[in-house]
Design a binder for this molecule. Structure first.
Ligand code: ADP
Ligand code: MG
Length: 232
């Protein structure tokens, strides 16, 4: 690929220590992801997927190695710069949706733009646009408990895109959904990566979802390798 990588991960190592016990969660993980790519990270439960995504998104710090996202060396950033990175450069989607229960769908999507002090007119305009993008324009005023699991995850995806991130990090976004709804969410992510030009790293252990990814990385006991995609 000719363009510069958006994500560079080099020699990433993470060790969890609890008392005398050590768990090596990442073993010298190295890969790159390019602008506009949807990269699936697959692996069994406990293989290191969440640990990897957390180091890349600046939610945690590794023991060795480096991460660069959009030209910023994440692993060298001070805490306040990490806060800005997570607000402006990376959008997060989690298995459990992470919506604020007392806020409507529209208000949840607007939260990241309040953090960046986006003027209310522009904010409301973008909230409308994002809810339409994820097919929820009719549900703007409903609270999370009034939405289905798939609809909640659509709200969370719209919120993750609010500040126009370069990178979308999704940790088992379909993990709490039935397989058909999960597939719809993956198809939505696939479409958004194309239309919004973001790069997406999606952890999943659902083999049926791999066909939608541009590339598949497999992690096993903290060791990452690239999987050759089957032509379909
Ligand atoms: P996955 O997301 O693929 O299920 P994780 O990244 O959550 O895997 O976990 C990788 C390994 O690190 C597992 O053995 C897990 O038990 C361990 N681990 C994860 N988080 C912690 C933690 N905070 N403290 C200790 N061990 C942890
Ligand atoms: Mg996990």
């Amino acid at each position: 690929m000719s363009s510069e990588p958006l994500v560079v991960v080099e020699g990433l190592r993470k060790v969890y220590r609890s008392g005398p016990k050590e768990v090596v969660a990442l073993r010298e993980v190295t890969f790159e992801a390019y602008p506009g790519e949807l990269v699936a990270v697959r692996g069994r439960s406990g293989s290191g997927k969440t640990t990897l995504l957390n180091q890349i998104g600046g939610l945690d710090r590794p023991d060795a190695g480096r991460v660069v996202v959009a030209g910023q060396e994440v692993t060298a950033l001070a805490e306040d710069a990490l806060v800005a990175l997570r607000r402006d450069v990376v959008g997060f989607v989690f298995q459990s949706f992470g919506l604020i229960p007392v806020l409507s769908a529209a208000e949840n999507v607007g939260v990241p733009m309040r953090l960046t002090r986006t003027p209310s007119g522009a904010r409301e305009e973008r909230v409308r646009m994002l809810l339409a993008l994820v097919g929820l324009e009719q549900h703007a005023n409903q609270r999370p408990y009034e939405l289905s699991g798939g609809q909640r995850q659509r709200v969370a995806i719209a919120r993750a895109l609010a500040n126009r991130p370069r990178l979308l990090v999704a940790d088992e976004p379909t993990g709490q959904l039935d397989s058909q709804t999960g597939r719809q969410i993956m198809q939505l992510l696939r479409a958004l990566v194309r239309s919004e030009g973001v790069t997406a790293l999606v952890a999943t252990h659902d083999p049926g979802l791999m066909t939608l990814a541009d590339r598949v990385l497999e992690i096993s006991d903290g060791v990452l390798r690239e999987v050759a995609l089957q032509q379909s």
